[in-house]
Design a protein around this ligand. Structure first.
Ligand SMILES: Cc1cc2nc3c(=O)[nH]c(=O)nc-3n(C[C@H](O)[C@H](O)[C@H](O)COP(=O)(O)OP(=O)(O)OC[C@H]3O[C@@H](n4cnc5c(N)ncnc54)[C@H](O)[C@@H]3O)c2cc1C
Length: 514
């Protein structure tokens, strides 16, 4: 199968290392194409767990992690343009590969570069820039996922260092990573855990820092990445604790918000691939004497897939211009949560659409359509469940409305997102009155509306700079449709409550007309 899609080309701004970046993207693109399209069949490889040794070896030899690594350690200076472009190239060929780079970069390299002891950072990041090592982040515990701040993993001072104890699970690269960042809470002498969290580097080449894999998980998708449950009983030196300056919580938010800003990079390659596949398939496949692409409903699906790609492209540019390594994003909850939720929802929606368009032949683990459905799904769960992040975005808007003493949503949104409202052609339908205490589900609707307006604002900006008008129109139409749908839900708040008793088998039996 030949995939013809342009590799990302860095053109602006002029004063950047544009040639260097383009050469970097070209090398990466050639490498992943050769590995995923040449030596093995990618569909066969991705329907089996793990990655053949030569795949990892060849990919890492192209030194993809340089995108995240500061100049002084042999990288591109943690340049957002390099990061977004590299993730795009990787995710186009394989979502596992794109996420693997995202884990290494956003969840390990960036926090270490920013917050670790400089000598420790230099030693580790130089190896990672050269492609000789990988790293990941352990936050989640079996009993504490969304509620991570209540985690039970603890740290105590033990003289020459820190002792860390606990159980973590679902950390990407379980059993593979050479380095881990482990999040833990301080434990007092009486055994009680204090508020707050800290991050520690654990080096797997050192026996006393080694994390034990207790079991491996049969993850539904993303077969290229290992997951599992880990037992932590380690001792690390004093210089392995990250220092956030303004506290561990602020550091955690900065790390997570930076990571969420990388989602457009992963999503753009994935959505580009799905859109390419959809266009190719619907042109080639004839049903009932017509090409699929001639059916109106098919055109609507393809247009939405392209619209999502345009919106995510705009978010990618937004991340490049607003989420540089040095920027403290700890307070940028709306922008980073919107980037994460919009990208992951769009990945899921486009994957579902591609599978629908391809039909039965796509419902297989060795087909990109089927695989993409299960590969995209967890992006809505990890790094903050989308339902929870939407509720946070919606709550922020409600807070602002309270401060401005208004219950008129339209006034609020027109003031904050004028270009987005204009681009989506939103008019009187925005004029919804919001009650004093809306139900959580309505706050989620509000969060979805605001996140789409944020993406539309980015789209308006990229449109002003000359982004192709038909793609802008598809993006505006796609997000506009979603916003209108949620506004309807806000306007007519239909009560929907879970029933107390479950239905049994053949629950219709008593109601058969005699
Ligand atoms: C493929 C994959 C990769 C992952 N990678 C990593 C990793 O690299 N490192 C790491 O530390 N962790 C990782 N995780 C774990 C991930 O971050 C957690 O799964 C996530 O935080 C959710 O936690 P949980 O699974 O315990 O779900 P829970 O916290 O039990 O939440 C389940 C669901 O309950 C609902 N919910 C929860 N709270 C609320 C609320 N307040 N209001 C409304 N609804 C709510 C939401 O729908 C939520 O999705 C990964 C998970 C997956 C599936």
């Amino acid at each position: 199968m030949t995939i013809t899609s342009e590799r990302p080309v860095a053109r602006a701004p002029e004063n950047r290392r544009v040639n260097e970046l383009n050469a970097y993207f070209a090398t990466l693109d050639d490498t992943v194409r050769r590995v995923f399209r040449g030596r093995v069949d990618a569909d066969y490889m991705e329907s089996n767990r793990g990655l053949p040794p030569f795949v990892l070896r060849d990919i890492m030899a192209a030194r993809p992690l340089r995108a995240f690594v500061p100049d002084q350690y042999g990288g591109f200076g943690d340049d957002p343009m390099a990061i977004q472009g590299m993730l795009d190239v990787m995710s186009y060929q394989s979502m596992s590969l794109g996420l693997m780079m995202g884990i290494n970069g956003a969840l390990f390299v960036q926090p270490v570069a920013k917050y670790a002891d400089p000598q420790v950072a230099e030693r580790i990041l130089t190896r990672m820039a050269e492609g000789h090592a990988m790293g990941g982040l352990m936050i989640t515990e079996p009993e504490y996922g969304t509620d991570a701040l209540s985690m039970r993993t603890s740290w105590t001072r033990n003289g020459e260092g820190y002792a860390i104890n606990g159980t973590k699970h679902w950390a990407g690269l379980t059993g593979w990573a050479d380095y881990w960042l482990v999040m833990a809470r301080p434990q007092g002498e009486d055994g009680t855990l204090s508020q707050g969290v800290d991050l520690f580097i654990c080096e797997q080449d050192h026996p006393e820092q080694r994390i034990e894999v207790v079991s491996r998980y049969p993850n539904l998708g993303l077969y290229g990445i290992p997951y599992g449950r880990n037992h932590i009983d380690v001792e690390v030196p004093l210089d392995h604790r990250l220092n956030g300056g303004r506290g561990g919580l602020r550091m955690m938010l900065d790390v997570l918000h930076h990571s969420r800003m990388q989602f457009p990079g992963m999503a753009i390659g994935f959505l580009r691939r799905l859109a390419d596949e959809a266009v190719r398939h619907t042109r080639e496949r004839a049903v009932s004497g017509s090409s699929l692409i001639d059916y109106d409903q098919v055109q609507a699906r393809v247009a939405r897939m392209q619209g999502r790609l345009a919106l995510v492209s705009a978010l990618s540019l937004y991340a490049i211009e607003h989420a540089g390594a040095d920027v403290d994003l700890s307070r940028e909850a709306v922008a980073s949560n919107a980037a994460k939720t919009v990208c992951s929802d769009y990945m899921h929606d486009s994957a579902q659409s591609l599978l629908q368009l391809v039909g039965a032949r796509g419902y297989a683990t060795d087909h990109i359509a089927g695989r993409s459905v299960v590969d995209a799904r967890p992006f809505q769960i990890f790094e903050g469940s989308n339902d929870v992040l939407y509720a946070q975005i919606g709550s922020r808007t409600l807070e602002q409305m309270r401060k401005r003493k208004t219950d008129r949503l339209g006034d609020e949104l027109r003031a904050d997102y004028p270009e987005a409202v204009d681009l989506a052609g939103l008019g009187a339908e925005l004029d919804v009155t919001i009650s004093e205490r809306p139900a959580q589900r309505r706050i989620v609707d509000l969060g979805i509306i605001v996140s789409r307006l944020h993406a539309l604002t980015a789209l308006a900006e990229i449109a002003r700079r000359g982004f192709p008008a038909d793609h802008v129109a598809a993006g505006a139409g796609t997000a506009g449709e979603e916003i209108r749908h949620r506004l309807t839900a806000l306007r007519s708040d239909v009560p929907l409550t879970p029933a107390s008793a479950p239905l049994g088998a053949s629950s219709w039996m008593p109601y058969i007309a005699s």
